[in-house]
Design a protein around this ligand. Structure first.
Ligand code: PEP
Ligand code: MN
Length: 359
């Protein structure tokens, strides 16, 4: 797949950082225009607004529809900003193209559906417009990758992935669990693909926007999409997560953009030295794990000989408690250690089960 560099189609807000801002939804012409004016005065160059809103339950505000496309154009003419909106079906695509919207994005409830994405891709064949693809609501990297392939297959090269977090059953401070390892893996698979972060939908709350944005920049993301409203508390959708243009500007001033590399000899040398230490530790981890698994297999053999069950709950309990104490002692994160040990223990069980089941 071929992807054009982000700065060829998304104006930089500051060096090496793209920014799209604007309300969750276009509500009234006045709300959209005054938000756009203030954003533009703060140096924001790309406006977002939802025109068609995918809502969880019917009866909620479902967007103004085509009428608001004209407001987007007025905002563009007045401020010179580029405009962007979400398209969820072919009708939206045609209306947005006809209205001269500059950048389209595919929302999380659409990227989850290959039929919908393919229809949008087919409608975009031969059109030179940037398309931003939000991650699907469920944490399925292949589905996200597939949506990117479908849009790329339509001949679009101005593509970016937009990380907005994933639905999750477990209780968390986030509205949508970020699961950072998924966009990181996507970036590993598609090195040239620009990646943006949407801290608004990840957090669901404005007081966390800065922290998540900074985390994205620490991970070398290429840009941000942040919901911004002239009067957030009165917003018709996503009132808790929108920020005022003034607060957005404060957030942007505070953010530290990290360089992806440095040619400072000092930095390169120290990095190499530290990485070689890490490589040594990794080798030791592998030796220890393979040694541990060999012993687990030995135990499997003696359990089989005496017809003993694989899982000994009391032994597992002992391992968990010891690991918790060791984590405390060594200053390692409890949650991390519990996850590592759960995996290690599961693999021991798998090995022993295989031995017990051997003929
Ligand atoms: C939005 O950007 O307002 C939106 C609906 O986002 P998502 O598709 O991430 O839920
Ligand atoms: Mn929203």
């Amino acid at each position: 797949m071929k992807f054009e560099a982000l700065k060829t189609w998304l104006p930089e807000h500051s060096e090496n950082l793209g920014l799209i801002a604007g309300p969750c939804s276009a509500e009234t012409e006045e709300q959209l225009l005054s938000t756009a004016r203030q954003l533009s005065a703060k140096g924001v160059k790309v406006l977002r607004a939802g025109i068609w809103k995918p809502r969880t339950r019917p009866g909620a505000f479902e967007g103004i529809g085509v009428e608001a496309l004209a407001w987007m154009n007025t905002a563009k003419q007045e401020t010179g900003m580029l405009t962007s909106t979400e398209v969820a079906n072919v009708k939206h695509v045609y209306a947005a193209l006809k209205a001269g919207i500059d950048i389209l994005w595919i929302g999380a409830r659409t990227s989850v559906n290959p039929f919908a994405v393919q229809e949008i891709a087919d409608a975009l064949k031969g059109v030179d417009i940037p398309v931003i693809i939000k991650n699907p609501v469920n944490p399925d990297i292949d589905l996200w990758y597939g949506a990117i392939e479908r849009i790329s297959g339509a001949g679009i090269t101005k593509i970016a992935a937009l990380h907005r977090g994933f639905s999750s059953l477990s209780k968390s401070v986030y509205r949508n669990d970020p699961q950072w390892q998924i966009p990181i893996e996507l970036k590993r698979r598609l090195k040239d693909l620009p990646i943006l972060c949407d801290p608004s939908h990840i957090t669901g709350r404005r007081d966390m926007i800065f922290k998540v944005s900074q985390k994205a920049l620490d991970l070398n993301y290429d840009g941000l999409m942040i919901e911004t409203h002239i009067s957030p508390k009165d917003a018709w959708s996503d009132a808790n997560q929108q920020v005022t243009p003034t607060d957005l500007s404060k957030i942007m001033d505070k953010l530290m953009v990290r360089a992806s590399t440095s040619d400072s000899a000092n930095f390169v040398e120290s990095l190499e030295e530290l990485r070689s230490k890490i490589n040594n530790f990794d080798n030791q981890i592998f030796e220890l794990l393979s040694g541990r698994m060999e012993v687990a297999a030995e135990i499997g053999k003696i359990k089989k000989a005496d017809n003993i069950a694989v899982l000994q709950t009391s032994r597992w309990d002992e391992i968990v408690r010891k690991a918790a104490a060791k984590a405390e002692e060594t200053g390692l994160n409890q949650d991390f250690i519990q996850k590592v040990y759960a995996q290690v223990h599961q693999e021991s069980i798998n090995i022993q089960t295989a031995i017990l089941d051997e003929d």
